[in-house]
Design a protein around this ligand. Sequence first.
Ligand code: SAH
Ligand code: F3S
Length: 507
Amino acid sequence: MISGEGPRGAIWCAAAFRLPFGEVAAYFPPHFQQMPTVFIKTYGCQMNERDSEAVAAQLVARGYSIAGEESGADVVLLNTCSVRDLAEQKALGKMQALVGQARKRETGQVFGYLGCMAQSRGAELTQGTDGVQLVVGTQKFHRTGEHLDALLAGRETVVVDTAEESGSQSRLADHPLPGAVSGRRQVSAFVSIMQGCNQHCTFCIVPFTRGGERSRTIPEIVAECRELVARGVREITLLGQIVTSYGRREYPPEGGRSGFVQLLDAVHAIEGLERIRFTSPHPKGYGEDLVEAYGRLPKLVESAHLPLQSGSDRILKAMHRGYTRDRFEAIIGRLRAVKPRMGITTDIIVGFPGETEEDFGETMSLCRAVEFDNAFVFKYSPRRDTPAATMAGALPEEVIEDRHRRLLDTINEIGKRRYEALVGRDMSILVEGISRRNPARYEGRTRCNKIVVFAGAPRHVGQVMDVRIDRVGTFTLYGDPAVVGLGEREVGLGESDVVVETASLKG
Ligand code: SAH
Ligand code: F3S
């Protein structure tokens, strides 16, 4: 039996294990003494992480096992990102190295690309790097298993599957059983609520790689969340490329609440769920209903990743962002009026075509005015088929480099100050497991998305507990389990209001 007894049957996969040879033979040629092992490497955003997790669960359900490293795995899949050229180059370089080694050692491994770059480059990926046999686009993740079966059994030699498929946003509901893939108890889970984006920001390739907006239904999403909670998950992050546009066609506003806020209400009602997060929203989607939801829904944590992109109205217009600098500042003001110590992070692009020193100065001044807790700062990267790629005014690399460094310095200086202000405070954390920074410690996340490393124990995992912050690292807090009644605590505010925090940002 390869799938467990979850309410929806096969979505809950048995822990990674190998079928005996007799059962393998039905699918694979005799040289597979055991079911093949698969290593999946993920590039890019949380949506990609979630897609990889769903593919892993799907493969485990078919009897494959998930390898912890690439060497020795029968199949290596790279789940790719196309948002910047650098991300594509990393995956292409990695694949070249993998294929080269496999050829030298005659390992007979099967290699494949999944996701955004697979979608945008398609069949060309099987041509340059002799050895890539599988290319699976963003609407076909759910077919990875059957394509691999066909390749490994020799029924196919190359599979490129990048077609559009209606309803594909609902075909990725699989989650691995706790411990089946990572070995870590899953305290926090991602749930994809929609695919695609219709905004067409002029710099962005996502509408091409992920397609137009397609939302799942509220009952479908709630059922997935409920099952996760029944498995011990306490925090859910709702994912999508533009979550604030969730259900725009399917769920018209009701009582002034958008489809997205209706979804938040429905997920909030799940008993046993402790925290709700979401990413990424679009600033234009922060209507009164969403701002008000932070005050109304205690499980909705006080954390917002609000992509700014630029502080200059001229550049925002050229980017087709749909808001002005003033409107962005007003949203932050309204959020902080409801939750004064809300953690706010952002994405910023420097070096968009035609960005003058004055435009850049506007971005710097807005960052100083708003005081983000942290930010991803990106150098503009021209992407194929996007309007910005052919705009006049491309900037020299050294100008982009210089602005990137100056903005990062500013973001780091502000972030450091905001983190340091937390020393001595008691903060409520949800303990996620052994620290990824220091395996002798545990780590948890504050409501506003800051990682706290502390001396914990296995019994703390999945618990919400108070930790007193005693020092600050680079965008990390260090603490001790708090002694109740000692130290500073701001009585009368929600527990989240005691903290100012940020995501553990990559990039
Ligand atoms: N809404 C999406 C955005 C995906 S892209 C999400 O869910 O995150 C993530 C970030 O990458 C964007 O917010 C933008 O800051 C940056 N980005 C997108 N296209 C870019 C480009 N061509 N060059 C540089 N940065 C880019
Ligand atoms: Fe990209 Fe803009 Fe959508 S950044 S994902 S086109 S909101």
